[in-house]
Design a binder for this molecule. Sequence first.
Ligand SMILES: [Zn+2]
Length: 114
Amino acid sequence: MKHTTLLSATLGLPASWHVIEAHLSEEKQRIDLTITTAPGSSFKCPCCGCEAHPTDESREFWYHDNFLNLRAYLTAHVPRITCHQGCGLQRVTPPWERLGSKFRQISDKAPHEE
Ligand SMILES: [Zn+2]
């Protein structure tokens, strides 16, 4: 099993989402993850629940201060869909953005520490 596959499972990602890059710094107790969605996947509209294929995506940055005892920084490519039921362009809710998740969105990519 590749370590990115293992990390996807640890994050509880469904099959359409996966970790494509992971950089661990044991010295800094930090892990940087890049998450994207599988090509061809469809996603639920957050308003009405119907499924659609992504129209585009936006890049988001997330932080968790204790993921596997590490500070974790996510760079996520979060798709947006155009809902067929008239909800318009909608951002897909990523799996880690759920009640109780310790991840919080940050405005910018964390600067690399020297
Ligand atoms: Zn909709």
